[in-house]
Design a protein around this ligand. Structure first.
Ligand code: F6R
Length: 606
């Protein structure tokens, strides 16, 4: 949420900043701005709208060469989407960009106004700038330390001081910041995608430490001034992974990357045909003596948890609860040392999921996170981490991150089943070999694009629609419905198929689309009965089921069949189908698939 970049070095900072903001735009896209030293002074250019508009605006003015600057792409929290509310914000000698929320900004504003310091914007960020400026005495370190003591809330700041050209200072609490030094200079950003052009090696700025960037050094010190050497990390993907590579949208590219991402995630964790997490530093003792497992996450990540629950309860017979992280954190949950809390998060920065893990740790529960971004807050906060290898996910709608989360959940469920004596070695080996086949199964499903592009025409004009299914099919309905509504803006609901008749069926009228998922053998006929109930009330039905399943053609308008397989592995194929349905519906409606309105990737605020 909000993209941040800072650069100081030996090439034109404006270009570095604009390029960086384009890579970060998925973190917020309502306005953008940069500030840089030119002719010894700080100049700021801001605009409402996309980074391209900012780039055009910068190009219309002639500035002296500049080698140091900061840039921001905004997802509005406090204050409307206006140029004055866009970042960077300047107060006196302080110019800064911010990701996060300053919770006590009103109280601070009252204090500042008593000193005659009035903000011009409606943002909490400008209040932070005013606070720092009110303290600034020429010493950036003291200013930042004393200023942060006054601030409550989450923040990642990059700060320039008017009398210190060529220097950028940064500090964070909660919100992510990563930095690197390359032969071009020093770069800091909210996300590795903005750094990869310069280096594959980087570090996460530790919380409550100050980074000082100059053109040939990045120094990190704690608040007492002691030098700190943060752990260097390395990414195993390259710049091509962060580009569209010929696809119309990142989402389509990421849908196509799923077979490879799943292979990369599971292969290093299979030894002699058995799941093995020793390279993650996780030994089997973590999976023993558990009374309960709680899976926490938000949105799509939480939906991966729903699949996890089905699998773990089926294979390991351990009770699993799936909790929405934003609810869990305020729910006074019952936790003890026999509870394993699993957090699922692509970004590893989702504020609610991070808070959930913190609560679990405080209560003495063991914590394990399934995270895609190396070194992210949730990964560092958890006792154990299992990294997925989806590479960078740029489209706001999550696709490959979800299926790699599923693949990790399958391996965990098999491991739990084996360790707890519910699955024999032979059974686990059989299941693992089915899982290994998933990437090649998905290569087949990816060829359904044209068929689904045509079918999705019946959704384009819909105002409301429903997804229904039972068991694993219901969990996929939840994900399909979320995906479709977030990028097509069509109201959609997911229902456990048997629950419709308890109220919601009154909404099924002529031509309402119902997407019915019926792949789970033990409940197919039950779901088909529910489809009949919808059909007889006039619904347009798209039925997703198994090849060879005999279905009365009068029951649906369109049938999408997945190749014959062990139905316990059907979620992967269904995931791709519902992703395609959402994608093509959004394309047919002429929408920006990758950047749906009001949303942003990586939700670092509550
Ligand atoms: C939906 C989507 C979101 C995220 C959710 C959690 O397509 O992407 O629902 O899944 O915001 O994000 P992470 O996984 O980063 O914690």
């Amino acid at each position: 949420m909000c993209g941040i970049i800072g650069f100081t070095g030996n090439c034109d900072a404006k270009e570095v900043l604009i390029y960086g903001l384009k890579t970060l735009e998925y973190r917020g896209y309502d306005s953008a701005g940069i500030a840089f030293f030119a002719d010894g002074k700080i100049k700021t250019v801001k605009t409402v709208g996309k980074v391209d508009i900012l780039a055009d605006k910068v190009a219309t003015e002639v500035f002296d060469a500049t080698e140091c600057g900061i840039g921001h792409t905004r997802w509005a929290t406090h204050g409307g989407v206006t140029e004055v509310n866009s970042h960077p914000h300047t107060a006196g000698r302080v110019t800064l960009i911010h990701n996060g929320i300053i919770e006590n900004y009103q109280k601070l504003q009252e204090e500042l106004e008593k000193q005659g310091r009035k903000p011009v914007s409606q943002t909490d960020t400008e209040i932070a700038a005013l606070v720092f400026d009110s303290i600034y005495n020429g010493d950036p370190y003291e200013t930042i330390r004393k200023g942060c003591e006054k601030l409550e809330g989450a923040y990642g700041f990059c700060i320039m001081f008017a009398d210190r050209p060529g220097e950028i200072y940064a500090i964070r609490n909660g919100s992510p910041l990563v930095a690197t030094l390359s032969d071009k200079g020093a770069v800091i950003a909210s996300d590795m995608v903005a750094l990869i052009k310069y280096s594959k090696d980087y570090f996460v700025l530790p919380e409550h430490m100050i980074a000082k960037l100059t053109k040939d050094a990045v120094e990190v010190t704690d608040l007492k001034g002691n030098e700190v050497k943060p752990e260097m990390l390395h990414v195993n993907w390259d710049i091509a992974a962060a580009r569209k590579g010929g696809y119309d949208y990142f989402m389509l590219k990421e849908i196509h990357e799923q077979p490879q991402a799943i292979s990369k995630t599971i292969s290093p964790r299979i030894k002699d045909g058995m799941p093995d997490f020793t390279s993650d530093g996780i030994d089997d003792s973590l999976f023993k003596d558990l009374s309960r497992i709680i899976i926490v996450g938000c949105g799509t990540a939480m939906h991966a948890g729903l699949v996890g629950r089905e699998l773990i309860e089926k294979f390991a017979r351990i009770q699993v609860n799936v909790e929405i992280a934003s609810e869990f954190r305020y729910a006074d949950p019952i936790l003890d040392e026999k509870t394993l809390v699993i957090a699922i998060s692509q970004s590893g920065e989702t504020a609610d999921t991070k808070a959930a893990i913190e609560i679990a740790k405080k209560s003495g529960s063991k914590t394990l996170s399934i995270v895609n971004v190396k070194g992210s807050s949730i990964a560092r906060e958890s006792d154990y981490v299992l990294y997925t290898h989806a590479g960078p996910e740029i489209a706001v709608a999550s696709t490959k991150a979800y299926t790699v989360q599923l693949s990790a959940m399958y391996l965990l469920a098999f491991k739990l089943g084996y360790i707890n004596g519910k699955l024999s070695k032979e059974a686990v080996k059989g299941l693992v070999s089915c899982l290994r086949k998933v990437p090649s199964d998905l290569e087949q499903i990816l060829k359904y694009d044209k068929q689904i592009e045509t079918i999705s025409n019946i959704l384009t004009k819909a105002e409301d629609l429903f997804f229904i299914g039972r068991g694993l099919d219901y969990t996929l309905s939840c994900e399909g419905s979320l995906k479709l509504k977030e990028i097509s803006y069509i109201h959609s609901e997911a229902y456990a198929a048997g629950e419709l008749k308890h109220g919601t069926i009154s909404l099924i009228t002529d031509n309402i689309p119902v997407i019915a998922i019926a792949t789970q053998k033990h409940v197919i006929q039950k779901t088909i009965s529910n489809v009949k109930e919808c059909r007889s009330r006039g619904a347009n039905v798209i039925l997703i089921t198994n090849e060879g399943e005999s279905v009365d053609p009068a029951l649906c308008d369109h049938q999408i069949t997945i190749p014959k397989m062990d139905d316990r592995f059907a979620p992967f194929s269904v995931a791709v189908i519902v992703q395609y349905l959402a994608y093509y519906t959004s394309v047919h409606r002429g929408l920006n698939v990758d950047q749906p309105r009001n949303l942003a990737k990586s939700v670092t605020v509550e």
